[in-house]
Design a protein around this ligand. Structure first.
Ligand SMILES: Cc1cc2nc3c(=O)[nH]c(=O)nc-3n(C[C@H](O)[C@H](O)[C@H](O)COP(=O)(O)OP(=O)(O)OC[C@H]3O[C@@H](n4cnc5c(N)ncnc54)[C@H](O)[C@@H]3O)c2cc1C
Length: 402
């Protein structure tokens, strides 16, 4: 069946790549992009980095200008949150009207988890949008004290940016070891050494009990009874997929929109990016990843698969992310659940190393701290299902030339 009307819901990275790919593969029907935020699609990684430090202005992180969408013939609806989906009727609910589609791409990403007790007090923020970043930056005045709740990547980057501005920063992390889920305990410990090196106080294994203050936050009460005085709190305790609008739609929702390996979630319906939970044949594993590269790739792939129908391609790339903290770059490729993790090059003490992750006799993951080029070579190896012996041998060769 020839597609005549495609709707893309979510006007960020995956949604942008989807509309661009649709036109690139010669889809010439009606194309409508809906986005809940008022801004043109923009890049999120700089929000916790250069936008937070003031090195880049918020408007500089916009991906494309309005003319780009006009040239593509995209009907752009910004500031417009889609409220529902009826799979059988092939309609989405927009401002109480039903909008018909014969192809739909869901790219609604994630929203930050909130902390109980944070409502109503000024100075407590989460960071997902450009507006959040601008508000946090404004609140971080010279001499401000900052508490970051959660030592994940975004919390750690906020801490790093606040330190760059010369502010006192304490990170409160409920886990005993930060980043244990993302890179495993041993490497989580290694990455978190950067905080101490750079004057950020890291308190692990303790939660937030509540906040003190009348109008604005004045202190954070911890579960061990201690109190930290503060002016600004940034809560970075993870995100949840933005699937509320899909409740009762008939799609399977399970911590994301459940898709097959081609990113199909239903007839003529695809999902891409942070919101998609799909079967990745490369790892023979169902996954949902919250990384930039995945959103960019899947937006394009979902569009091409929608147009190709039964002749589509599976989404089988190697998950990859990076994080910039205190002038260091952490990168991870692949999967962190492993039988063994081994530092194969450099050392944790030098804050410059590569660690490899083994499952059975296969290389499944690689973590690099300040080893950008080499890490990308391991990414390729993981994509080629390289054996553990091959990967370790490659590392030994590197040591000679490194
Ligand atoms: C501060 C920050 C720093 C980051 N840094 C890195 C990094 O260094 N490296 C890395 O790999 N990744 C990083 N990421 C993650 C990366 O930005 C995300 O993986 C990527 O943005 C996901 O793109 P997406 O299009 O799937 O979803 P999102 O970017 O979440 O976009 C979803 C869009 O859909 C909209 N939407 C939601 N519901 C509706 C609805 N019902 N109707 C219409 N629109 C809706 C939302 O408003 C949003 O604009 C970072 C993220 C943040 C927030």
């Amino acid at each position: 069946m020839k597609l005549k009307s495609v709707a893309v819901v979510g006007a960020s990275l995956a949604g942008l790549r989807a509309v661009e790919a649709l036109r690139k593969c010669d889809y010439d029907g009606r194309l409508t992009l809906f986005g809940a935020e008022a801004e043109l699609p923009y890049d999120r990684p700089p929000l916790s980095k250069e936008v937070m430090t003031g090195e880049r202005a918020p408007e500089d992180v916009t991906f494309r200008d309005l003319a780009h969408f006009e040239n593509l013939g995209v009907d752009l609806h910004l500031g417009c949150a889609v409220a529902g989906l009826d799979v059988a009727d092939q309609t989405i609910l927009v401002d109480e009207d039903r909008f018909h589609f014969d192809g739909l791409i869901i790219a609604t990403g994630t929203t930050p988890r909130a902390l109980k007790g944070a409502d109503g007090l000024g100075g407590i923020f989460t960071l997902r949008t450009m507006r959040d970043a601008v508000a946090i930056r404004k609140a971080m005045r010279p001499g401000s004290k900052v508490v970051v709740v959660g030592a994940g990547f975004i919390g750690s980057e906020v801490a790093s940016s606040a330190r760059a501005a010369g502010l006192d920063v304490v990170i409160v992390e409920a886990l005993k070891v930060p980043l244990a889920g993302a890179v495993g305990e041993e490497m989580g410990q290694a990455c978190s050494l950067l905080h101490g090196d750079n004057g950020t106080q890291l308190r692990c294994g303790v939660g937030v009990e509540g906040f003190e203050g009348t109008k604005d936050v004045e202190a954070v009460r911890l579960t061990d009874g201690s109190i930290i005085e503060t002016d600004v709190v940034v809560v970075g305790i993870g995100v949840k997929p933005a699937t509320g609008w899909l409740e009762g739609s008939g799609l399977e929702i399970r911590d994301g929109v459940v898709c097959d390996q081609f990113l199909a979630a239903g007839p003529g319906i695809y999902a891409a990016g942070d919101v998609a939970r799909w079967w990745n044949p490369l790892f023979e594993e169902e996954m949902r990843v919250e990384h930039w590269t995945n959103a960019a790739e899947q937006g394009g792939l979902a569009a091409r698969n929608l147009v190709a129908g039964s002749k589509g391609n599976p989404s089988q790339s190697v998950p990859y992310f990076w994080s910039d903290q205190y002038g260091s770059r952490i990168q991870f490729a692949g999967r962190a659940t492993a039988d063994e993790v081994q530092v194969v090059s450099g050392s944790i003490d030098q804050r410059r190393f590569v660690a490899l992750y083994r499952r059975g006799d296969r290389l499944v993951g690689a973590l690099g701290l300040n080893r950008s080029k080499v890490l990308m070579q391991y990414l390729v190896q993981i994509g080629q299902s390289a054996s553990w012996d091959e990967a370790v041998g490659f590392a030994q060769g590197l040591e000679i030339v490194d």
